[in-house]
Design a protein around this ligand. Structure first.
Ligand SMILES: [Zn+2]
Ligand SMILES: [Zn+2]
Length: 281
């Protein structure tokens, strides 16, 4: 199996189906072999390659979730990818980005920006007990085990696990520590949001490794498009009355997203090369 070749061509994960399980098994067996021979450096570098492969597979999975309208699950997966990339970058300095880790890091952020979520719930916890994932000893400020958080030991990353905690409250924040908690959504089935930006993206890209950008700005939509009474909430979503918000303006102020493709894709061939289309929220 040529792992190097696979890691350097992640778009094939989407267009050609690899036997992902066989590749994961290969990594597990290789790490085990190095551990048995007490080759810690080799075990650790294999573990990093395994994480990179998992990041590529998960990034591809995000688009599969989009295509079956599981946007919230995709959101949760994007956050897990973000965390995994942080772990990999801790150990590996990419110059050429030969495994697309920096690419995925950039596009995870872009995809998160296409979501309509603005308010998150954030739980506040008091940590009561933290343990090391390698040796299981209790970590306190004064008492630390020899392992360093984020470091690899025989192919296994040291993390601190909160084993006892107490929730002290919920607060609403813009940039939550934990992005899983989107207000009003806990699973795909009861999702009240609309995802026009993501649907539009899917209609113009061929695979997850196409390059794209967005530009956002405000536009005025003609009043005639909306049949909203003067005293009702403004269609722009400001929560003000229509007459006190956009009615006196040249039109209803709406967010507009323009997608710009770096290269034409199969789906955009025939359309104007750079300007693809706009999506209004
Ligand atoms: Zn430890
Ligand atoms: Zn308005």
């Amino acid at each position: 199996m040529n792992i190097e070749q696979i890691l350097r061509n992640p778009h094939l994960l989407y267009t050609k189906s690899h036997d992902n399980k066989a590749i994961f098994d290969y990594f597990v067996a290789k790490i085990k072999r190095h551990v048995e021979r007490d080759e810690e450096l080799l075990a650790n570098s294999t573990a990093i390659l395994q994480s990179i492969f998992k990041i590529q597979v998960d990034y591809t999975k995000v688009f599969e979730l989009f295509s079956v309208q599981k946007y919230y699950s995709a959101w949760c997966l994007l956050e897990r990818i973000e965390i995994a990339i942080k772990g990999v970058l801790w150990h590996y300095n990419f110059i050429e980005d030969e495994y697309y880790v920096l690419f995925i890091k950039e596009y995870v952020k872009k995809l998160q920006g296409l979501y309509p979520y603005k308010v998150f719930g954030s739980s506040e916890y008091i940590k009561k007990e933290t343990r090391c994932s390698i040796c299981d000893s209790i970590i306190t400020l004064r008492n630390r085990c020899p392992h360093k958080k984020g470091e690899l030991y025989m192919g296994e990353m040291c993390t601190y696990i909160i084993t006892k905690s107490e929730m002290i409250g919920m607060s609403i924040v813009d940039e939550p520590f934990n992005k899983y908690s989107v207000m009003g959504v806990t699973k795909d089935e009861d999702d009240p949001y609309k995802y026009q930006n993501i649907d539009f993206l899917l209609s113009v890209i061929d695979h997850p490794f196409n390059q794209w950008n967005t530009e956002s700005y405000k536009i005025f939509e003609p009043h005639s498009k909306f049949s909203v009474p003067r005293n009702e909430p403004c269609p722009c979503g400001s929560k003000l009355k229509y007459k006190k918000c956009c009615l006196p303006k040249p039109g209803v102020e709406m967010d507009h997203t323009q997608f710009i493709m770096k290269q034409p894709t199969m789906k955009t061939r025939g359309m104007k090369p750079t300007k693809v289309q706009k999506v209004t929220n």
